[in-house]
Design a protein around this ligand. Structure first.
Ligand SMILES: [Zn+2]
Length: 242
């Protein structure tokens, strides 16, 4: 049995309470954790870590049998790409008159501070059903609700995704803080759980205060503590099971 088969069948068989058994012994560097140096990437048009890409392809094949065409709209994202998104939103909010504090509060409803995105890890994906006609913005919550374009995908993922290692990160649990509900964002837990553990050991203040980031003067010690608590840890409890 090769490693991939072992991983996938074991996850399905053992269930998530035994996630700790999948000790991925590698330690992760600051650059790997912040979108500045992940090397083990495999490109399915959109790059992901190799192990994640393999698990994704297995899941995609299974879904295909039930006429669901899982398509990745976002996978690995570099620090620089996240910085471009951040600065664009910041400048646009500023033009619309938002003061720095409100500006950042608005950005972090959906977007991460560069250096803190789970998409930097190559383990997280935003998914849609590629067989459906794309109209406007695809990552809209109501499109994943009952009678929405991606309702069938959503139902399939609810039932099957965890058997392949993919866990919904930003659930609609009312007790969860941080980012809004994102029914499209899944994380490959066998790798993202140990990555998060490694990530929490970093000095985030050092990571975040980087030249060229708009609004960086607002990223104080208090802001960062709250951000870790609510945004970085405001995720599905399965993804914190280390
Ligand atoms: Zn996402």
């Amino acid at each position: 049995m090769n490693r991939k088969t072992f991983l996938i069948t074991s996850l399905g068989f053992l269930g998530w309470r035994d996630l700790a058994q999948f000790k991925i012994q590698k330690t992760y560097s600051i650059s790997e954790l912040t979108g500045k140096g992940l090397t083990d990437l495999y490109s399915l048009k959109i790059p992901l870590l190799k192990t994640v890409a393999k698990a994704f392809l297995e899941m995609q094949n299974e879904a295909k049998k039930e006429n669901i065409s899982i398509e990745i709209v976002s996978g690995y994202r570099s620090y620089n790409k996240q910085k471009i998104i951040w600065n664009r939103k910041f400048n646009s909010n500023a033009i619309n008159g938002l003061k720095i504090q409100k500006n950042i509060k608005k950005i972090i409803e959906y977007s991460t501070v560069p250096g803190t995105s789970r998409h930097h890890w190559g383990t997280d994906v935003d998914l849609i059903d590629g067989s459906k006609t794309k109209e406007g913005d695809v990552l809209i919550t109501k499109k994943f609700n009952e009678k929405g374009t991606y309702w069938e995908l959503k139902k399939w993922m609810d039932k099957n995704a965890e058997n392949f290692g993919f866990v919904l990160a930003y659930t609609n649990d009312p007790g969860r803080k941080g980012f809004n509900y994102e029914p499209w964002h899944y994380s490959f837990a066998p790798i993202s759980v140990p990555m998060l553990k490694s990530y929490l050991d970093l000095n985030l203040k050092e990571v975040l205060i980087t030249s060229g980031l708009e609004g960086k003067e607002y990223l104080s010690h208090d802001f960062i503590s709250k951000y870790i608590d609510e945004h970085i840890l405001g995720i599905n409890h399965i993804l914190k099971s280390f």
